[in-house]
Unconditional design. Structure first.
Length: 83
């Protein structure tokens, strides 16, 4: 899944997710995961989720500053099977 952040025209400080993957099929729905914390905590959580084979490290967005000192966020969007 390739994704990145683009600046919206309304507010240059608001990240907008640019998804370049195909749309989810009808029986699947996107689920959005957002990690917010210190860079160390966010990276650690991403590594744990990778070790649990939930998501590859490269599936997460780059760390983006939130505007609070020492705080970043990273986003993962996955398509899950809905039953």
């Amino acid at each position: 899944m390739t994704q990145g952040f683009l600046s919206s025209g309304d507010n240059a400080n608001t990240p907008v997710l640019n998804q370049t993957h195909s749309q989810a099929s009808p029986e699947r729905e996107p689920i959005k995961h957002t990690l917010i914390g210190s860079p160390k905590a966010v990276n650690s959580t991403i590594r744990v989720l990778h070790q649990l084979k939930y998501a590859s490290i490269s599936d997460w967005s780059p760390l983006v500053p939130t505007g609070r000192t020492g705080e970043v966020m990273s986003i993962l969007i996955r398509s899950i099977l809905v039953q």
